[in-house]
Design a protein around this ligand. Structure first.
Ligand code: HEM
Length: 187
């Protein structure tokens, strides 16, 4: 797999992505911002534009739960980021509870997939929705994960359906903070 990529999401007033909706699903909200900028690099970013209300940092990494046949199924259908038609995005930072982190790996996998079907139930939304998962817990950040999704405007209702489906799972009982930001790309 590719080397870890450090990614920062800067909530400010001049990023490429315009915020069209922001909702604190559970727990504390983030300060409202007009735009989000994304910076990527091999090292953690230090650059600041001085106007940001917040910066969410994460890093891509190896997959923790995916089994071989799931990896193959995902690889066969998933789309990459940056498609011209994918002008809508969702930035959903998530923190799970200490109860989740106290579980053993096999217990977490059982909740994540055997009982919540995080992969089996969401695969059918691909390739319309492209995604990238960033880990943040290890960086000492306020969220454990920064999730990022890109889609065409026509697929927004299906994305809403998918998010609703996940939020009703056993896995989501362990989510103690979640903010849902929806964005549109604007140069
Ligand atoms: C578009 C369809 C989706 C697919 C195919 C998908 C697939 C996956 C897969 C394969 C993993 C496991 C990565 C690993 O093994 O470490 C994962 C993790 C995760 N996904 Fe999704 N996902 C989708 C949508 C979503 C959505 C909409 C959200 C948020 C609302 C979300 C939040 C997360 C989180 C927080 C994790 C990390 C879980 C953990 O490590 O405890 N996913 N996803």
């Amino acid at each position: 797999m590719a080397a870890p990529l450090h990614v920062s999401f800067l909530g400010d007033d001049r990023g490429e992505w315009r915020v069209v909706r922001q909702e604190a699903v559970v727990g504390e909200d983030l300060a409202p911002v007009a735009r989000v900028a994304i910076e990527e690099g091999a090292e953690p970013q230090t650059r600041r534009n001085g106007a940001e209300a917040w910066i969410l940092r994460g890093v891509t990494g190896h997959q923790r739960y995916v089994e071989r046949r799931e990896a193959e199924a995902l690889r066969a259908v998933q789309a990459g980021l940056g498609r011209a038609e994918a002008t809508c995005a969702a930035l959903i930072p998530i923190r799970k509870s200490s109860a989740w982190w106290e579980l053993a790996q096999d217990e977490r996998r059982a909740i994540f997939e055997e009982r919540s079907q995080h992969i089996a139930a969401t695969l059918r939304y691909l390739p319309a929705i492209a995604r990238r998962l960033h880990h943040a817990r290890e960086l000492g950040e306020p969220f454990d994960f920064i999730t990022w999704f890109e889609l065409a405007p026509v697929d927004v209702p299906r994305f809403d359906e998918l998010v609703g489906l996940l939020r009703a799972t056993e896995e989501w009982r362990y989510v103690e903070r979640e903010v849902d930001l929806r964005l549109m790309r604007e140069q």
